[in-house]
Design a protein around this ligand. Structure first.
Ligand SMILES: [Zn+2]
Length: 333
């Protein structure tokens, strides 16, 4: 088996509202501009490199932000092969019995979306996450360290002629990090699956619904309105993962999970409208970060918050009851 370290650069539409992005039916969030990869021999030495620019089919203007960080210009990619051709030559270069290594899951999600969008037949080789393995090695499995900080950790100095944010150079640096890791083969315990990329606005999309709250928060929280909430992306109703935590005088937030779109907040806000009617407004909003470690930490934190709040309520209740008892015993004597 051969290790291939992969890095990509990609472009994004100038705006997600018009033109190319809509023409792509919202199915191509980022269009790949460059594939950079290095092949390692059994001694984990770099034995071959792959560096291919890709001609855009969808977003012809390179976003200024992307141009600034990658230094890739429209002229650079004008005569490059189209995605399908670039992908096929990458696969041929990789050969069979190879696995891909990347730093984090972003590259693979973008790659996967491009492969689907351009209708390529050949599936991507298996991919493993060096970033997760690195976090594990340094004893903070929940953190996502940058490639640069891993290089600092192993005292790898960047070359002056190899700038970052160039797929070929980043792949090269990632390979150096890999060669420094202890038990590098253990990276195979960290398989990666592509995430479905959804545009920020859609990911942040919220649902909003209002419900008469004549019976007060405690009663409303028990209703289906509060307990089964719609996923902000697809609208499917999901039960809560962790119940409502009070946040401020009239606000309550819970966590729920959609099988397809991940973890989201369900928030209730109680207020009195212009007709002096008490209302509960329910908003659901997808949580930005959806990686597994983040989601499980978030759930754990929420459970802790909730149980702290429940305990505090219980404690106050006992204090009140004690006071009542004290008062009534005071009255009888
Ligand atoms: Zn959903």
């Amino acid at each position: 088996m051969q290790f291939i370290v992969l890095d990509l650069e990609w472009n994004q539409p100038m705006t997600f509202q018009v033109g190319g992005y809509r023409a792509a039916h919202g199915k191509l969030l980022f269009e790949m501009l460059q594939i950079g990869a290095v092949k390692l021999d059994s001694q984990l030495q770099i034995c071959d490199t792959f560096n291919q620019l890709i001609q855009p089919s969808c977003y012809f203007r390179i976003h200024p932000h992307i141009r600034k960080i990658t230094q890739i210009t429209e002229d650079d990619v004008a005569d490059a092969p189209l995605f399908t051709e670039a992908y096929n030559s990458f696969n041929n270069w990789c050969g069979e019995d190879s696995v891909l290594l990347t730093w984090g899951c972003d590259d693979i999600s973008v790659f996967d979306q491009n492969i689907h969008y351009f209708g390529c037949q050949q599936p991507l080789l298996p991919v493993y996450d060096m970033q997760q393995y690195f976090s594990q090695l340094i004893g903070s499995p929940k953190e996502r360290k940058s490639l640069k900080s891993a290089m600092e950790y192993y005292q790898i100095d960047p070359n002056e002629d190899k700038s970052f944010h160039n797929a070929a150079n980043d792949a090269y640096y990632t390979a150096l990090v890999f060669a420094h890791m202890e038990d590098p083969e253990k990276v195979l315990s960290f398989p990666l699956k592509a995430r479905t990329l959804v545009h920020q606005d859609r990911r942040k999309r919220t649902t909003l619904s209002v419900h008469r709250a004549s019976r007060g928060p405690a009663a409303v929280i028990k209703t289906q309105f509060a307990q089964k909430t719609p996923c902000p992306v697809c609208g499917r109703l999901n039960p809560l993962s962790v119940g409502y935590v009070k946040q401020g005088s009239d606000k309550y937030t819970a966590l729920a999970k959609c099988e397809s779109h991940g973890l989201y907040y369900a928030r209730l806000h109680f207020y009195t409208d212009e007709q002096k009617v008490r209302q509960a407004e329910r908003v659901t909003a997808l949580i930005e970060e959806q990686n597994k470690a983040y989601v499980s930490t978030k759930i754990l934190q929420w459970e802790n918050k909730l149980s702290a709040q429940t305990q505090e309520k219980e404690r106050k209740k006992q204090v009140r009851e004690q006071k009542k008892r004290d008062n009534s015993s005071g009255e009888t004597t």
